[in-house]
Design a protein around this ligand. Structure first.
Ligand code: GTP
Ligand code: MG
Length: 205
């Protein structure tokens, strides 16, 4: 597993608290309770790395994890590699002021973070392409930032239904943009290898 050995670095309320903006990182984004933290754990192969919860609104900060690998920067120096777990978007029970704060920070993060190499967009396969997902895809279209969609919780559907959901999502994606999509399940391990490959391509591409 090329993503093994991840370690918690820090949790940040604001983007300036994140690790130095150097090297390469991939962010995990999606609606509240979609399964972002669970996907991060499945990909790193560490069950309890990122905190997960049945209750939406679990991840309340931007959480940075380091990987024990490096990339080469413009000066051919070895530079660090990170995965970032983002707070979920749009949970109604989170106070509006806090939701607004996260909206602002996620937006600033996407626009300003120079080491950001791509986004893993996590969506519940039963409710894909909601407003936040479409906003994120539009952002990626506009900036040509690679995006890989994980249609997660596929274990909640039959194989056939999951394939149909994937086909419907792919139909909505513009083929001229660097967006890919796949079926995923953190609990069953479905699609884990394919997703790891996508993350590695973002980090090293
Ligand atoms: P926030 O941090 O609150 O935004 O949520 P999150 O997107 O990080 O979701 P999290 O990983 O905490 O998972 C939310 C709930 O969905 C938990 O109860 C998980 O156990 C469950 N869950 C996550 N992935 C899967 C999956 O692939 N299959 C099933 N059946 N349940 C899942
Ligand atoms: Mg989370």
């Amino acid at each position: 597993n090329p993503l093994q050995g991840a370690q918690f670095v820090l949790a940040a309320h604001r983007i300036h608290q994140l690790p130095a903006d150097e090297g390469a990182e991939v962010a995990f984004a999606g609606r509240s309770n979609a399964g972002k933290s669970s996907a991060l754990n499945a990909l790193t192969g560490q069950k309890a790395l990122a905190r997960t919860s049945k209750t939406p609104g679990r991840t309340q900060q931007m959480v940075a994890f380091s990987l024990p690998v490096t990339v080469h920067d413009e000066m051919s120096q070895a530079a660090p590699v990170r995965l970032i777990d983002l707070p979920g978007y749009g949970y109604a029970k989170v106070p509006e002021a806090l939701r607004e704060h996260w909206r602002h920070e996620i937006d600033a993060y996407l626009h300003q973070r120079r080491s950001l190499r791509g986004v893993v967009l996590i969506a519940d396969i039963r409710h894909p392409m909601k407003e936040f997902d479409r906003m994120m895809l539009e952002f990626c279209f506009g900036t040509l930032l690679p995006c890989h969609v994980l249609l997660t919780k596929a274990d909640k559907l039959s194989r056939n239904q999951a394939q149909q959901a994937l086909a419907a999502v792919r139909k909505q994606l513009d083929a001229s943009t660097p967006v890919t999509a796949q079926i995923f399940s953190s609990s069953e391990g479905t699609g884990v290898e394919e997703a790891r490959d996508a993350v590695m391509r973002m980090l090293h591409g």
